[in-house]
Each structure stands twice: as C-alpha cells, then as structure tokens.
Design a protein around this ligand. Structure first.
Ligand code: ZN
Length: 572
C-alpha cells in the first residue's frame, strides 16, 4: 500500500512540475481504482481504463490515467476486478431465446417433475395446439428414456414435442407420432433412429435426424415471438457480462439481429454461423448478400460454416472408434461417411469459408481432422501464398477451421490438432454435467482424453470457451468454475473430476475472452483490455483471481459495459 502511495505521489509530482497545467482530455468513460485483468497474458494487471466512444484509449495506473483524462462518467471501482467482456464461442442464441418462451425442463430432477411441468402447460393451451419444451435429461432420473405413454394421459388432445437437453433426442406423445405418421413400419431416416419397443412400436423417442419427422410439423415461431424471445435473451446476456456470441442460429437470423442493430438494441456482438448443409453456391450467395448490407462488422458479421459429424455422448449417438463401455454393441452414429465429409470440407475450404464441425466422439474428431488435413493438402497443392503469415498456428490454418466440443479425443489426435492448427472450441460446463456417467460410458482409458482442455492447451492449441446455451446455462461464471474446479455445483467430486485438466483462473478467463475473439478473427478488435480495443468490459462483484473456486459461482457483474456504454448495472 505504502509503495502504491509512493508511486502515486511521484506520478502526481511528475504531472505537477511541468507547468502550465495540461488540460485533461475529455473522454466518455473512466474506470479507476480497480484491478484490471487485461487478458493480454496471464499476469498483466492495471488500475484504470479510459474509454472514449466505443474504444479503449488508455490503460494504466489510476493516478496517471486520471491526470490525463476526464470522463463524462467516472467510476471508482473500489478495488473491484475488471475483465474483458465474455465472448461465448458456441451458443444457439435464437433457440435458447425461444426456449425461454416454452416449457422449461432444465433441471427437472425426476420424470414426475418433468411431467408436471408439461401438465401445467397442457392446461393453458387450446386443444390441438402444440406443446413444445426442452431441457429434459433422463440421466437425472435413473438413465432410462421416457416414453410417449408418460405423456399421453397428460395431453391427449395436444401433440407434445420435448427436446432433450443436448438437442439430439426428442420425446413425443402418441398424438405427435400420429400427426407425423410414424408407425411400426416407418423406416429409420439416415443418420437417425426411431426407438421401438419389444413389439416394434415407436416408443416416442426420436434420435438425431428422426426428430425432423416431427419437428418439420411444428409451427414456425412468429416474428413477434422471435423478437420477444431475443429481447429476453439479450437481457440475460447483459446480466451475465456476455458481450459477444458466436451463434449457431443460421443465416436467416442475421435479419432478426439487423432489426435489433437498427434500433441500437443489439447489446452483444454477433458472429453468425452458416449451415454446412447448404450448397457452396448458396453459401456464396449468402456471403455476397450479407456483404452488401454493409452493417457494422464489429457488431454483426458472418462467422464459420458449421456442420455436424456426429451426435452426443448423453444420447449415445457420438461416433466412437470402439463401442461405448456401457453398451458394447453401440459405437454411435456418424452423420455421413468420411469420403462425403471430406469432399464437402474441401469444396467449402476452397471457397474461402471458415469451417467448424461438431465432433463429440473420438471417431468424429478424427474424421474432422482427416477432412481438414485433406483440405490443407488440396490448398498446398494449389498455392504457396500462406508462407508469409507470421502466426505459426494461422499459417497452418489460415481460415481458422475449428472443431466444436472436441469432447472425446484419441491420445494420438491431440498432436494432430496442433500440427493442423485446428481450433478446439470447448464448453467446460459439459464436463460437470456429464461426469456422472461419462466415465462408465467411456471407460477409464478413453476418459483421459475427454473434456481435456488442459491437455489440448498444453499442445499449443487455441481453445476458446463457450456454453452451448441452451444445452447448458449461458452463465459464463459456471464455465469458469467448471474449468478451474472440475466439480459440480455441489462441489463433487472432492478435488475435482480428472483434476489434471484444471486450468488456472487466469487461463480460463483468457479462453472465454481472448481465445474466443481469436476463433472469430477478432483478436485485434476485442478480447483484451488495451488501447485501441473495443470497450467491452465487465466489473465483477468478487475478485475471481483470488477467491475460492466455489465462490466463482456466486460472482456476477456489477457493471456490464458494451461498446463503451454501461448496459447493465447490478442493484448493489
Ligand atoms: Zn451446440
């Protein structure tokens, strides 16, 4: 403290001596007296940040910054921690937003609890109207899938469509099956499975692509519903200090975002992903059309083209090199054969698109890497222009192709992520939700390469963090907690699950800020607190760098600052 005072006095003297007194530069916002974790590296801490308009103009000691600048708004941080705003590198923002309007089955602790939430909705709707919900997780209820029979009595006159927490399985009632004409004789669609009972009758559980047989019948959300839902989701983001999202909602959603942007209500920066299943020609059309709109690129831009290689571990649809340890005849479902995946990747890479692939199982991750390697070879065969790029990772992977989740990776493939420069976009929350059954499903050997963000980073791989909202809560503090503690909310297991994969809190924050910005080519605009960067900042209620990990869960923003403006302030 004494040392700090001394420094402050010296600095003041320095500015007092050379008369005449310099006029302070007027700026819009000045934060001082805090602990600013810049995220430039794991160590750099400052005291004050000066913001003018949408950008940071200076970062440094409080005395120095206050001597030079006068903020239209000045905030005494009283020692509080400031970090860059959180950048969620993997969300389904519109789906999550719409889920806020439907039956919420997240955290339903029993089948009865899930049923009672559906029953409550059934009382509100008209006969024939769809009951839509999401978030159920049968692994919380003993691990047996529910069936249509659980729903039939609750809502005999309404079709019911309930999506599992991971989005990869639907649970429907008999009315919904009838409307979709799914019977004993219906064949499984490619890449999906209709679960059947001993008599061959559909049970009401639809896995992967078979969900589309019913979801195709759902009424599309109206424009009004979408706007309402998005308003709620943006509220949620501000409340959690999220200032950027990388979004799975698809090209059409950019039109909705543009409406919010026009009204200056878009309080997150959006990188919107395109759909891998669209033809190259259609993807190019979307890119051209979007470019012509000429939006503020830092607020809304097109990101990666996203595809799926497999399903999920929770539904046992992840594509595995060997069968699941708790289901020896099942090794999951790849969406398409390797040759077809590779062909699509090579074509889209050649058209200049950043690509990203959902890959959960070790086979799926390997298939993704194989396809990216083929694209790299095809590119190398064509030109040698990439040699001039400085960043070695980027030289390997100039389009910054990514794999989403990278959830179960074979030991020999971590090195391939590095050698190909592939970004591993990971969601720590999944580990603490899945750990209850992941070990028995994977076995003690494979589990060592699962949710292995520390190992991945130790190979020098870029690892941005996200939540996969609404598969998990959008709460970034839960992500940080999962990353550093590897424990669930009740502190289980003691010492952490596969504790060798814990990260330092500093590294975890950087993964959720700087690394996420890198993954969307925005690391020169945001993700760190430095002069010239966009002013997206969070002032936290607790000092994340020093508190016990369990305390991270109850930390929240005191201020969320987006684009230089205070967009959220807690009641504190
Ligand atoms: Zn996802």
């Amino acid at each position: 403290m004494l040392k700090k005072l001394l420094v402050a006095v010296l600095v003041l003297n320095f500015f007092a001596l050379p008369a005449p007194a310099q006029a302070k530069r007027k700026i819009t916002l000045l934060l001082y007296g805090g602990k600013i974790f810049t995220a430039v590296d794991d160590q750099t801490i400052a005291e004050a940040v000066a913001v003018d308009g949408e950008r940071i103009v200076a970062v440094g000691p409080s005395a120095e910054i206050r001597a030079k600048y006068e903020g239209a708004t000045e905030i005494d941080l009283k020692g509080k921690l400031v970090t860059p705003g959180f950048n969620d590198a993997h969300v389904h923002f519109l789906r999550g937003a719409l889920a806020l309007l439907t039956v919420n089955l997240l955290d339903a602790k029993s089948l009865d609890e899930a049923k009672s939430r559906v029953a409550a909705k059934a009382k509100e709707v008209k006969p024939g109207e769809w009951i839509i919900g999401r978030g159920w997780d049968h692994t919380l209820w003993g691990g047996k899938f529910p069936s249509r029979k659980d729903l039939d009595a609750l809502a005999p006159d309404n079709p019911v469509y309930l999506v599992r927490v991971d989005g990869h399985v639907a649970w429907v009632n008999s009315k919904a099956l009838a409307l979709a004409k799914i019977t004993k004789t219906t064949k499984d669609p490619e890449g999906g499975a209709i679960e059947r009972d001993a008599d061959g009758e559909p049970t009401g559980i639809l896995k992967e692509t078979s969900q589309e047989l019913v979801s195709a019948l759902l009424p599309a959300p109206t424009a009004e519903q979408q706007t309402k839902a998005m308003t709620l989701a943006l509220d949620l983001a501000r409340k959690y200090g999220i200032t950027s999202v990388q979004d799975n909602s698809g090209y059409r959603t950019t039109f909705l975002y543009r409406e919010f942007l026009k009204r200056d209500k878009l309080t997150v920066r959006v990188s919107e992903w395109l759909d891998f299943e669209d033809s190259v020609q259609e993807l190019k059309r979307q890119r051209d059309e979007f470019t012509a709109f000429n939006d503020d690129r830092n607020r809304l831009h097109l990101g990666a083209v996203k595809g799926y290689v497999d399903g999920t571990l929770g539904s046992k649809t992840a594509a595995m090199l060997a069968p699941f340890s708790d289901d020896d005849k099942n090794s999951g479902i790849p969406r398409r054969p390797q040759a077809e995946l590779t062909k699509m990747i090579v074509e889209r890479d050649a058209a200049g698109f950043q690509l990203t692939l959902h890959a959960i199982g070790d086979l799926a991750n390997r298939m993704g890497l194989n396809a990216y390697e083929a694209a790299k070879n095809a590119r190398a065969a064509k030109a040698g222009g990439e040699k001039s790029i400085d960043n070695p990772m980027q030289r390997l992977n100039p389009l910054r192709h990514r794999i989403e989740h990278a959830q179960v990776v074979n030991p020999s493939d971590f090195k391939r992520f590095r050698d190909l420069g592939i970004i591993a976009s990971m969601q720590p929350s999944h580990a603490i939700s899945d750990k209850r059954w992941a070990e028995s499903r994977l076995g003690e050997y494979r589990v060592l390469g699962a949710y292995a963000w520390h190992l991945m980073r130790s190979y020098g791989v870029h690892v941005p963090f996200g939540t996969d909202f609404p598969v998990e809560s959008i709460n970034p503090y839960r992500t940080l907690y999962a990353a550093v503690a590897r424990q669930d909310e009740s502190g289980e297991p003691l010492g952490g699950w596969q504790p060798q994969e814990k990260l330092s809190i500093e590294a975890a924050i950087r993964c959720h800020t700087f690394e996420s910005a890198y993954a969307e080519f925005q690391e020169n605009e945001k993700g760190v607190i430095a002069p010239g960067m966009l002013a997206d900042l969070v002032v936290h209620s607790k000092d994340l760098l020093t508190i016990a990990p369990a305390e991270i869960l109850t930390t929240e923003p005191v201020y969320t600052i987006f684009n230089g403006h205070i967009v959220y302030q807690s009641g504190e």
